[in-house]
Design a protein around this ligand. Sequence first.
Ligand code: NDP
Length: 344
Amino acid sequence: MSVNRQIHLVSRPDPATGPSTANFALREAPVPQPGAGQVLLQTLYLSLDPYMRARMYEGANYAANAALNAPMVGATVSRVIASRNPGFVVGDIVESGHGWQEYALSDGTGLRRIDPSLAPISTALGVLGMPGQTGYTALLRHGRPGPGQTVVVSAASGPVGTVVGQTARLMGARVVGIAGGPDKGAYLTGELGFDAAVDHRAPDFAAQLAAACPDGVDIYYDNVGGPVFAAVLPLLNAEARVLVCGTVSVDRDRPGTGPALGSMQDLLSAALVKRLTIKGFIYSDPDLMAMEPDFRSTVSGWVRTGKLRYREDIVEGIEAAPQAFLGLFSGANFGKLLVRVHPE
Ligand code: NDP
């Protein structure tokens, strides 16, 4: 293990075509040696997430962009393989944010210790990590699901969507998932207990969605924006809550490349007439972070008892990261997308 293979961001996406594998390059560096107070981390799992696309561009939105000619940003689950920090011993498993590389140094700041006896360690990046936490906390705080309500969630087979849908179901709501293709739909209704699933790529998607929501929609947990949102809007009931979690269908740095979505006035008129609440949020918002202890105990309990299921899509080797990452934007992933960088 003398070589540290890293995937660097080497250029920003061309706004005309969007991100491509050409924006990344595999680079090699020596494995660093820990100094006083430091630990050496070996990456076991790297998380690939939709938010990374925005980081590739020049501007920043709610977080700074990724630097060029440095490992691409990202969360990892890692093992401490050398320690000169009294807070960590060799063998500790931690969540870290040291990006697309095989090894990294840390002084311990920001490391979150993971207990491997509680759940598979990879879940710290998915169902029991940032995506799952976002789904659970925002749904409960901003959506307030309950019996008699219909909850619709898009990107429903991913780590956010599966936690949203199953949490809503456990709260007694009727749940409709939107996902691409028959396999994902069958998974939602067959394995996860969703009441219905609709394929957003079907030519009659809007009609299928309307048929799946005979009593309208009380909560729409929007992970994708774009035309899927346009199909949900007319189905929203009075006092409905629209939870704006992500806009994965829209590359925000390529304005105007998506299909026309009607006028902004349509949205404002619907908001007025139907008394809609449209709530955007980031998982680290203080009110959502205050729910972290509840999320950890409740959702890990549901996972342990099989009440809440999850699915991971694991690709092998750091060199697979760029291609796999781009697949998030065509629905190539089926479940939480991870790279296995080193075996556990
Ligand atoms: P997923 O694993 O669900 O991957 C993204 C999925 O989006 C794809 O698999 C695909 O599923 C779907 N998708 C991609 N392009 C389109 C499109 N054009 N139209 C419709 N669906 C599309 O991702 P996550 O669960 O990790 O994240 C889901 C969303 O939540 C993202 O928008 C992400 O940015 C956001 N997020 C926001 C957070 C926050 O703090 N606000 C925190 C975490 C995530 P399919 O095959 O079904 O089309």
